[in-house]
Design a protein around this ligand. Structure first.
Ligand SMILES: [Zn+2]
Ligand SMILES: [Zn+2]
Ligand SMILES: [Zn+2]
Ligand SMILES: [Zn+2]
Ligand SMILES: [Zn+2]
Ligand SMILES: [Zn+2]
Ligand SMILES: [Zn+2]
Length: 1752
């Protein structure tokens, strides 16, 4: 509050005035006045400027409090006539709420729609309603709302079924039609009416007020001060950066303030950026305008008087208040609607609602949002007034849209966006069409905005300016409105509806006429086109209109009269387009095979041709409907069929198809890519329904009305092939012709395309109305042909199928008939596979195949047939019969011209001359012959009498050619070709054809000759033949299978062999020549009788052996020797928090952090991983230098990043491309010296005490005198055998020394995030720590994966651990010896008190495995100076035992209270342990006191110790195993019982661990006392520190809900933590800790290491030490981040029912958690593989490299 108060100095006089204000008195006064309006305005004029806008901050909370008290309360009191707290409650009680839910969606909130029941896809439910609805069980779609819009629950028109959820189900007793006002007294109604009128009028006055310095009449303030605001308004032209930059300059604010201003402007639409006197504000304004006016129009800025701003603020508040008050009662809502829509003094369209709407584009965003919300909660929620509002909206439609087009705000901020709420209601839409002529209005408004036309009146987008293009984009939203209006088809037609619809259609045809023939192209010859012509605008328009055109046809299909009228209108429009059709085009006569036809001379390759023919195509669609609805047969007299000129109908569609063929033939290469793109879209699934498909239909329609010979001749002529096929000796053409090779090639392609076209005209019968098929046959066939290419995922199929206006493909209804579903595994997706029985319906020349699809499908189908042991010929499928209107099309197959063409091609094939014909030409001819034969066969089979069958292809094909050439018949040619060696590929097909011919002949003969053989008998015979055929096929298939299996077996044998051969190359290395060291079970150790031990003087000593490895770079072998060339492993060191038990611990300060002791919460660790690939150190160095040089060169050339950061030492493993950042040297195993007599614990403690003292004094001597405190301490005589000044010889070669330094420095640099410094004493500590951390992490992984401790790790990890451990034991040689000794002394002091070491940690603050590893590895530096014959092994064992005891104590101290579980009966053996545990625990209690609870159960304590210490023991076993190379006992290679004993044995421990303590009690007791009396113990146990209990559970990623929408819902209520309650745009969930973050947004950027980073990147540094795993909730996408520059997206663990993810949430299928996939992500994380995964993703996809990951 303090800040708010300082903003404004409220004069005390005002305070008294406020205090004396009485709400009740004011209201009573108002109740008595006659002119309430004047009175209230007076009140507002007096108080509003005193409450609002007294300082620079526009909206502090305190103002709202005052406004509530002084302004709203009197209004409420007046309204209720009593204290509003009682009055409003009464209203609420009497209210009978409407059945509409009306929940207004927040941005990002989940919405649900039912694919089965929703009237259209805009009908949605909120989550609550959805969960209580029947649609939960249906096929539903889930999306996230863009904000705005409301829940349609309860709207009976929105749902075909189940309109109510449980909550909104109406009570049957309710009379819902009742007028809500019936319950209100007339007094109340009058008061309510008065107050709403005044308040709404006030709000409208103020929000539409455009004067900056004056106020409306009656609102002038009593006193004016010179206080102004400089108000900055939002526009969509300037970028965030521009605005921020300008503001910093203009109002002299910080970057941060500027960002906040810009954010507010963007959100609310305006923001005051300066407060002060007029001149002061004017100045800022002029700077802003000047700064932003250079490139574009300037930012809008106004200097406004504070009182104006104050009233506007309250006006918004008043609208909120109205929305709030009407929430109490439907009656109040109705009154408000009435007030709003009441006609104003200026006559029509002057109500307050009208005024608001008409000023919409002048208001700022925030104001618009508020009043739109009010409209939604009032007008749109009252069914009666929704209708009246819809009428007003329609009346203003044109004006509103024009305003919107000129405005630059997005549509969601425009009142026009409300159209969806009204137009999608079918009854309203129909009412608006009939009464307000809405359909015509929309189309006309649209056309009016596209004024640019060419001479013929067609749209011309070519010369659009940027501004016109912008306008064109905005005006497209009108098409959306049209779609809403048409989306539900009428079930009943009134005359008026017919009239208005047809009027709309007229306007629509006007629009289509402007498109018919637009963007014409002319073939470019000679020179390449200079500039690519504009084509996208025209296609955008076409695409947007596609659904509209389809919907108009569907409307027509519901009423015969409408259809007939529409057909007539469309034909007229087409005739109009074609007037002048034959102008200037010479008529010519074509003749061929005894037929002739008149046509015009026209060449696609020479004249203008356009791909846009919407009028023709609409007519084609209507023509099919005539057939489908049988109107053509029932009312032929009403149709203008006689007016149709078939050649005119087909002319333009044919030209368009020829254009495509010529483009394929390469004739239009010089016309550039724009034409290629147009052709692509013409066939594309998004457009083809109303483009390519309809052109084909038009050809079918035209051809069905023509003589087939004439049709074909015209086709030949348009393809410019007529001269080839028409000459008398065309069959010999190519022999003589010596044409240009290109031309020959072109003609071949054109011939192929033409043959394909003929196939399509005759064969495409799967649309209802053309062929006799059901509606779903078409879609079935589409799916079938897609699946013939390959099995496909659901989403791929959806993409390949056209969607209707409801975004549905209709696939679900039929998919199961043609396909079976195969579930996905952990990767990949679910796939649909074609049912085998459907393969026979495959048509190689399916009209929607691209050439690529076709060849893929051909290959796949042939392969399938081969696998089944069948003939690989792909004959055409049997087709359904045509509808009567199209029936004559089959005659094309047997007409003379076609037979002539077929004969010609076959003849060419018989006498092939180089390149003058093509195989695919022949293939098509064979296919056509097959189609003809099947047609005849079908007709024969389906007819009862032979004479019915007029179709007789077999007869025609056996006729020889005409004189004079007297050529061979088609049949003869086929027989001739059958054995042609060069046509082997087609042999099967030709055989099939001849067999079919024979079959048909038999059928004809049989039915002609005798009636003795009945049809059924012949069927029977066929069937037996068929059976035989089947049996044969089966036998062949079986043989094929056996053959396949044999081949497969051979293959895998070869593969195995290959792997064995190349093992050294591909598998990992470290192949130890000595067989005994192998970790596998078969070669268990030689000394199997003696128990194996990996530590201590009795440890097993693996025999002497050589270790030889191969360098992956130079392929040379190398023995690992201390004095040899260094060999290194590629390695990746990273910081990790994977095992952290305390994510709240702040990151360490790298400069001063002392890493010697790891806290048991493991909050930050350093992990080292390796891909296991080995190189010579010098080979690696050379490789890395090359990488560096390449990177330098590349950076100079192009400024892009690689997936790895060379500057930071990163590189990719040269063999496997695994991300690496250093190398670990490989070292030989240390040989233990085995001397017999070793000191016991007590003696060792003494020795070590002496050694330490000696070292202390030696180290002191080394230090400069000044820093040493003058301590008078007697020189401690070192034991004679311990020489402190002895400098041991370094056993390592120079290259190994170098690599020791390299890895040490890298670990230090990465682990502490510091610059490399080879002198830093922390280097060895970081190495030991990394070794311990990596061991712990692997131990955890093995537990989590339920794998045995030994034998299950991949070699690379074994190698990595060995080298880490051995490196750790050697790294002291690279450091200064006293430093390492100093570390040892401090480490040991944590266990054995040393007065000279200060601040030793309490044992509860030490992770014991880290301590063990560090102390063992640092001991080397001490031992090197010992010459007493003390064995390292003995010391290691003592250290190990000591730490184990300390760990037991640690566990017991943290074990926590007894659990109430049934105590198990324990065996005799366990007794000892339990008793021991009890004794130790009680000893501890004597030391620690009451902080430790009393525990009586030894069973419980022993169980705590045993489970708590196990991870440590397993870690220790891994450590010593890799350090010494002692093979592990076979029992530890499996998960069998009795592991405990074996593990203890291997570690030289008694299986009763407590013996460690009790056996040496007198020695250990003082140590124990020391540990327990450490002040840290009491503090931690009493809750002062982080208490970690053992065993530490493995960390998991957070639990995710099963249903993805739960997450969306969670995210939608998440608000940005920085910008006060704003919705976050990209809510992102950290999967490690569950925090929700506001990602990818300015508001939540923070500074990290001097750079601005997004919320995610900032979070990773705290939560994941730089590595992060997130779920982007809106996108349904997993995000991996590493550091500031690396990241990638990863498939989310949510799948739909089709086994697919939905990244981007575009499909909207319900998503459910796939546990397997989530576990896979978790495993990646636990294995520290996230960074590597990112590296691989970035290598595979370079665009990922360019993303600014740090801004996410
Ligand atoms: Zn709802
Ligand atoms: Zn509901
Ligand atoms: Zn449903
Ligand atoms: Zn090498
Ligand atoms: Zn590698
Ligand atoms: Zn934010
Ligand atoms: Zn987190």
């Amino acid at each position: 509050m303090a800040a708010a108060e300082s903003d404004r100095e409220v004069p005390s006089a005002l305070c008294t005035e406020f205090l004396n204000f009485s709400v009740k008195d004011t209201a009573s006064k108002w109740l008595q006045v006659t002119d309430l309006y004047k009175e209230v305005y007076h009140h507002l004029a007096r108080y509003v400027p005193k409450i609002y806008c007294l300082g620079p901050n526009l909206n502090p909370q305190s103002e709202d409090l005052l406004a509530q008290m002084l302004l709203q309360s009197p209004l409420e009191w007046y309204l209720c006539g009593e204290d509003p707290s009682t009055g409003l409650a009464k209203l609420e009680q009497n209210n009978q709420p409407s059945q509409l839910c009306g929940h207004v969606f927040k941005v990002g909130e989940p919405t649900y729609s039912c694919r089965e029941c929703a009237a259209d896809p805009t009908c949605v439910l909120c989550m609550q309603c959805f969960l209580g609805s029947v649609h939960k069980e249906h096929r539903y779609r889930m999306t996230t709302s863009g904000g705005g819009g409301f829940c349609d629950c309860g709207d009976t028109e929105a749902w075909k079924k189940g309109p109510y959820c449980q909550k909104h189900e109406p009570n049957i007793s309710d009379s819902c039609q009742e007028d809500p006002l019936a319950h209100l007294s007339t007094d109340m109604i009058a008061r309510c009416y008065n107050v709403f009128s005044v308040v709404l009028k006030y709000a409208v006055d103020m929000l539409t007020w455009d004067k900056e310095d004056e106020l409306p009449l009656g609102l002038e303030p009593p006193d004016r001060s010179d206080t102004y605001y400089c108000m900055l308004f939002n526009d969509e032209v300037h970028t965030y950066e521009q605005v921020i930059y300008t503001l910093q300059k203009a109002v002299n604010c910080t970057q941060k303030e500027a960002v906040s201003f810009a954010t507010t402007v963007d959100r609310d639409g305006r923001k005051s950026v300066r407060f002060g006197d007029f001149a002061f504000c004017e100045l800022a304004k002029s700077v802003i305008v000047r700064n932003t006016s250079r490139q574009s129009k300037p930012l809008r800025v106004q200097v406004m008087h504070s009182s104006v701003v104050a009233h506007q603020c309250f006006a918004l508040k008043a609208l909120h208040w109205l929305g709030h008050v009407i929430g109490y009662s439907d009656a109040l809502r109705r009154i408000l609607c009435q007030v709003g829509l009441e006609r104003g003094p200026e006559g029509e369209n002057s109500s307050l609602v009208d005024t608001l709407m008409l000023c919409d584009s002048k208001m700022w965003k925030g104001a618009r949002n508020v009043y739109h919300q009010l409209f939604m909660s009032s007008l749109l929620m009252d069914l009666k007034y929704k209708k009246l509002f819809a009428i007003q909206f329609a009346k203003n439609y044109e004006r509103l849209q024009s305003d919107y087009v000129k405005d630059d705000h997005d549509r969601e901020f425009s009142v026009t966006d409300l159209s969806v709420q009204m137009f999608t209601v079918p009854s309203l839409a129909r009412m608006l069409i009939t009464e307000e002529n809405l359909m015509t209005t929309i189309i006309r408004t649209f056309v009016d905005h596209l004024r640019h036309r060419d001479l013929q009146g067609r749209f011309q987008f070519e010369r659009y300016t940027a501004q016109q293009a912008f306008k064109f984009r905005r005006v497209q939203s009108l098409i959306g409105d049209l779609k809403y209006v048409l989306i539900s088809r009428p079930t009943e037609w009134s005359d008026q509806l017919r009239e208005k619809f047809l009027e709309g259609l007229d306007t629509f045809l006007e629009l289509l006429k402007c498109m018919q023939g637009m963007d014409p192209v002319v073939r470019q010859v000679g020179q390449h086109i200079e500039m690519e012509p504009e084509w996208e605008a025209a296609f955008t328009l076409q695409m947007k209109l596609t659904h509209i055109i389809s919907m108009i046809q569907e409307w027509c299909a519901t009423d015969e009269r409408v259809l007939i009228e529409a057909y007539k209108k469309c034909l007229t429009a087409l005739t109009h387009c074609h007037s002048g059709f034959a102008d200037g085009e010479q008529p010519i006569t074509l003749s061929m095979c005894g037929h002739s036809v008149d046509t015009i001379r026209y060449c696609v390759s020479q004249e203008k041709v356009s791909i846009h023919l919407p009028v023709s195509r609409l007519l084609a669609g209507l023509h099919v409907l005539l057939s489908k609805m049988e109107v053509a047969y029932r009312f032929p007299e009403q149709l203008p069929l006689s007016e149709l000129s078939p050649p005119m109908l087909i002319e333009h569609p044919l030209r368009c198809l020829v254009l495509c063929a010529q483009v394929h033939a390469g004739m239009w290469r010089r016309n550039g890519f724009s034409l290629v793109n147009q052709i692509y879209y013409y066939h594309n699934v998004k457009c083809r329904v109303e483009m390519f498909d309809k052109d084909l239909i038009m050809l079918q329609a035209g051809a069905s009305m023509m003589d087939p010979n004439h049709f074909l001749m015209i086709v030949l002529s348009r393809f410019e092939l007529y001269h080839i096929f028409s000459s008398a000796d065309c069959r010999k053409r190519y022999n003589r012709e010596n044409a240009n090779k290109d031309v020959v090639q072109q003609n071949n392609t054109l011939t192929e395309e033409m043959l394909h076209l003929i196939m399509m005209v005759v064969g495409e019968r799967f649309e209802a109305g053309i062929g006799q098929v059901e509606g779903c046959d078409e879609i079935k066939r589409e799916i079938l042909h897609q699946l013939c290419i390959r099995p496909m995922a659901h989403s791929e199929l959806v993409k390949a199928l056209p969607e209707n206006e409801n975004k549905e493909t209709g696939m679900e209804r039929v998919i199961d008939c043609v396909a079976s579903f195969k579930k996905p595994g952990v990767t990949g997706r679910g796939l649909y596979e074609l049912r085998p029985e459907c393969a026979k319906q495959f048509n190689l020349y399916f009209h929607h195949y691209s050439r690529a699809d076709q060849s893929k499908a051909e290959e796949a189908q042939r392969k399938l047939k081969r696998q089944n042991g069948e003939d690989t010929a792909l004959p055409p499928p049997v087709l359904p019969p045509f509808c009567p209107l199209f029936a004559s099309l089959v005659n094309i197959l047997q007409c003379d011209v076609l037979l002539g063409m077929l004969g010609a091609v076959l003849q060419w094939a018989v006498e092939p001359s180089a390149g003058h014909w093509s195989e695919s030409m022949l293939q098509r001819v064979l296919h056509l012959i097959g189609m003809a034969l099947l047609e005849e066969q079908q007709q024969l089979e389906n007819s009862s009498e032979d004479n019915d069958v007029y179709f007789n292809f077999t007869l025609k094909m056996s006729r020889p050619g005409e004189a004079p050439s007297n050529t061979a018949s088609v049949l003869a040619l086929l027989e001739n070709l059958q054995n042609a060696p060069h046509l082997e590929v087609h042999e099967g097909m030709i055989r099939w054809l001849l067999k079919t011919v024979a079959g048909i002949k038999t059928m004809r003969e049989r039915s002609a000759s005798a009636s003795t053989v009945t049809a059924s008998e012949s069927r029977g015979q066929e069937e037996t033949a068929c059976d035989k055929d089947k049996a044969e096929r089966k036998r062949k298939a079986e043989m094929a299978r056996l053959r396949r299996e044999k081949v497969m077996a051979q293959m895998s044998e070869m593969q195995r062999h290959f792997i064995n051969e190349n093992k050294e190359l591909f598998q990992q290395s470290l192949e130890e020549l000595d067989a005994s060291t192998s970790t596998s079970l078969e070669h268990s150790p030689a000394s199997s009788d003696a128990a194996l031990a990996c530590v201590g003087p009795r440890r097993s000593r693996p025999g002497e052996k050589r270790q030889v490895v191969t360098c992956i770079l130079c392929q040379e072998e190398q023995e690992i020797r201390a004095d040899g060339k260094a060999m290194v492993l590629a390695a990746f060191v990273q910081r990790s928090t994977v095992m952290s038990k305390n994510r709240t611990r702040p990151p360490h300060d790298p400069k001063h952090y002392d890493p010697l002791f790891m806290h048991p919460d493991l909050s930050f660790g350093t992990h080292t991983g390796s891909c296991g690939h080995i190189m010579h150190s010098h080979c690696w160095q050379r490789y890395f230098e090359a990488v560096q040089a390449k990177e330098q060169r590349r950076q100079q050339r192009l400024r892009v990043h690689t997936s790895y950061d060379v500057g930071n030492g990163e590189f990719l493993c040269p063999l496997c491309e695994c991300l690496s950042n250093t190398v670990i040297p490989l070292l030989p195993r240390t040989m233990g010296s085995s001397s017999c007599e070793q000191p016991g614990l007590g003696q060792w403690l003494k020795i070590s005490g002496q050694q330490i003292k000696a070292m202390h004094s030696a180290h002191r001597k080394l230090q400069p005198v000044s820093t040493v405190e003058e301590t008078v301490e007697e020189e401690c005589p070192a034991p004679e055998v311990f020489t402190v000044d002895y400098i041991p010889t370094n056993p390592y070669s120079s290259t190994i020394k170098e690599m020791l330094a390299t890895f040490g420095t890298a670990t230090y640099k990465v682990g502490l995030k510091v610059h490399p410094n080879e002198q830093d004493p922390r280097i060895p500590i970081m190495c030991w720590s990394s070794c311990a951390y990596t061991i712990q992490s692997i131990e955890r992984l093995l537990v989590d994966e339920k794998k045995p401790l030994f034998g299950s790790l991949p070699c690379r990890q074994d190698d990595c651990l060995s080298s880490l451990a051995r490196f750790g034991s050697a790294c002291w040689t690279a450091a200064c010896q006293p430093t390492v000794q100093g570390h040892f002394i401090r480490l040991l002091a944590a266990l054995i008190p040393d007065p000279q070491v200060e601040a030793s940690p309490c044992i509860l603050d030490v992770d014991m495995l880290h301590l063990l590893v560090s102390v063992v590895l640092s001991y080397g530096s001490v031992h090197s100076q010992d010459s007493s014959g003390l064995s390292v092994d003995a010391v290691q064992l003592h250290l190990f035992h000591l730490i184990t005891v300390a760990h037991m104590v640690q566990i017991l101290l943290t074990s926590g209270p007894e659990e109430v579980t049934m105590e198990q009966e324990s065996g005799e053996a366990e007794r000892g342990e339990e008793e021991g545990a009890c004794r130790l625990y009680n000893t501890l209690r004597t030391h620690v006191g009451s902080s430790l609870p009393e525990v009586a159960s030894g069973w419980h304590l022993w169980r705590c110790v045993k489970t708590g210490i196990l991870p440590y023991l397993r870690g220790a076993a891994l450590f010593f195993h890799h350090l010494h190379g002692v093979p592990a006992p076979p029992e530890l290679h499996a998960l069998c019982p009795g592991q405990w004993e074996v593990l203890c044995g291997y570690l030289s421990l008694p299986s009763n661990l407590l013996q460690l303590f009790h056996g040496q009690q007198e020695l250990l007791e003082p140590l124990l006392h020391g540990w327990c009396t450490h002040p840290g113990i009491q503090q931690t146990l009493q809750g002062g520190g982080v208490l970690v209990s053992f065993p530490r559970e493995s960390n998991s990623l957070i639990d995710l809900p099963d249903d993805y929408s739960a997450l969306i819902n969670q995210a939608s209520s998440f608000t940005c933590p920085k910008s006060g309650g704003d919705k976050s745009r990209a809510p992102t969930l950290c999967l490690v800790c569950g925090s929700m973050l506001c990602s990818q947004s300015y508001c939540c950027q923070t500074e990290l290491e001097g750079e601005d980073v997004g919320a995610c990147t900032a979070h990773t540094f705290a939560c994941g030490a730089g590595v992060g795993i997130f779920l982007r909730v809106r996108e349904s996408q997993v995000l991996f981040l590493a550091g500031k520059t690396k990241g990638c997206f990863y498939a989310p663990p949510y799948l739909d029912d089709y086994g697919e993810t939905d990244q981007g949430l575009r499909r909207g299928n319900p998503l459910h958690l796939c546990h397997e996939r989530y576990r896979k992500i978790q495993k990646l994380w636990r294995q520290h593989n996230i960074t590597e995964e990112i590296g691989h993703a970035q290598e595979a996809n370079q665009t990922l490299v360019g993303i600014d990951w740090q801004h996410l």
